[in-house]
Design a protein around this ligand. Structure first.
Ligand code: TTP
Ligand code: MN
Ligand code: MN
Ligand code: MN
Length: 363
């Protein structure tokens, strides 16, 4: 039986790393609804469901037109029954009742508020919610002992939930770059994360640092952190050393989103120009990551995101190419060897994919 393609149907490859996903989508009302259900699933520790909703949302983000009828969904990949129902509800009624009731549920609201505290994950938030904690005031009065990250998160709650602008990211970049070059002349620093994908705001600022002479970068982060601390620029910081060793782990391990680079998760104190009655600075979350030059291309690719795009790249590598991809390396399982590269373009080519520029990785 031959099925002729409907004029209204779209051809769409099933992995997000096979298609272009610009920042601006034509289907915001659908993708926002599906993303909310994904977020709710994440808060409920339902990883599989969350990924299914994220993939469905990514398909609609990549569509070149706005969906106006359910027939347009035929033939599209990654749209499970549940996601299709949500989309149809929105087409027919303007809203999805499931999304509305989730969004307004006490549980979702409380978990979002609590995980909005830097250092608080879904499990901790869930435990607190079960004890009846639904607000920051209730948390403060609960007598729970908070770890240093959570204390800083609570103290700077307002600032850290304000979007960071591109201008603020660049201002921080200028300060950090000066310190990095002081510590190790010749270093290179790249703005990664959402800003590299063209976003105008973000929840944090991500920087990747390297040096053209392999090995020189070792220990760089602790010196940078000391100098920034001495200048009073860090409100909180947690530094970890590099723990990656080729061949010691399996393949291109780790395959999860956490990598093993030398890094610092910090809260930056950024001076602001406009007059405020109370204070002349704001807190900004900053991630500083150091990669050896031999792993730099993988690190840039891994830290540019989006999170779903990264996940899809790794899934493509393993399911279609029998390769293992991480932010450190690409390992060819059949040939049993690491594939060396110096650019993102080469990594895509090793993976048998057309190059997707950063601004089209907004899956
Ligand atoms: P995020 O900063 O969390 O996300 P983002 O920059 O895309 O969005 P936002 O504007 O909200 O900040 O992560 C950036 C990328 O870094 C993401 O693709 C995942 C990657 N990453 C790692 O590779 N390893 C890690 O350990 C972490 C925490 C993130
Ligand atoms: Mn980011
Ligand atoms: Mn984020
Ligand atoms: Mn980040």
């Amino acid at each position: 039986q031959v099925v002729l393609p409907d004029k209204e149907q779209f051809l769409m490859p099933s992995y997000a790393c096979q298609r272009l996903t610009p920042l601006e989508s034509h289907n915001n009302k659908f993708t926002e609804a599906l993303s909310l259900l994904a977020e709710n699933a994440e808060l409920n520790n339902e990883e599989g469901r969350a990924v299914a909703f994220r993939r469905a949302a990514a398909v609609l983000k990549a569509l070149p037109v706005m969906v106006t009828s359910a027939t347009q969904l035929r033939g599209l990949p990654c749209l499970g029954e549940h996601s299709q129902r949500v989309i149809k509800d929105i087409i027919e009624n303007g809203v999805s009742n499931e999304v509305e009731s989730t969004m307004h549920s006490e549980r979702f609201k409380a978990l979002k508020l609590l995980t909005g505290i830097f250092g608080v994950g879904a499990k901790t938030a869930d435990r607190w919610f079960k004890e009846g904690i639904q607000s920051l005031t209730q948390l403060v009065h609960s007598g729970h002992e908070l770890n240093p990250a959570q204390q800083a998160g609570l103290e700077h709650y307002h600032d850290l939930n304000q979007p960071v602008t591109k201008a603020e990211a660049e201002a921080i970049g200028d300060i950090v770059r000066r310190v990095v070059l002081d510590v190790l002349p010749g270093s290179e620093m790249t703005l990664t994360g959402g800003f590299r994908r063209g976003k105008m705001t973000g929840h944090d600022v991500d920087f990747l640092i390297t040096h053209p002479d392999e090995g020189k970068e070792t220990g760089l982060i602790s010196k940078v952190v000391s100098l920034l601390t001495a200048q009073g620029l860090l409100l909180y910081q947690k530094t970890t050393r590099n723990s990656y060793m080729e061949n010691k782990g399996r393949l291109a391990q780790p395959s999860s989103t956490m990598d093993r680079f030398e890094r610092c998760f910090c809260i930056f104190k950024l001076e602001i120009k406009e007059m405020r009655p109370d204070k002349d600075w704001r807190a900004v979350r900053v991630d500083l990551v150091v990669a050896p030059i031999s792993q730099y291309a993988f690190a840039v690719l891994g830290w540019t995101g989006s999170k779903l795009f990264e996940r899809e790249l790794r899934r493509w590598a393993s399911q279609v190419k029998s390769m293992s991809l991480s932010s450190h390396a690409l390992f060819d399982i059949k040939q049993c060897k690491y594939l060396r590269t110096t650019s993102e373009e080469e990594i895509f080519s090793h993976l048998g994919l057309e190059f997707i520029p950063p601004t089209e990785r907004n899956a």
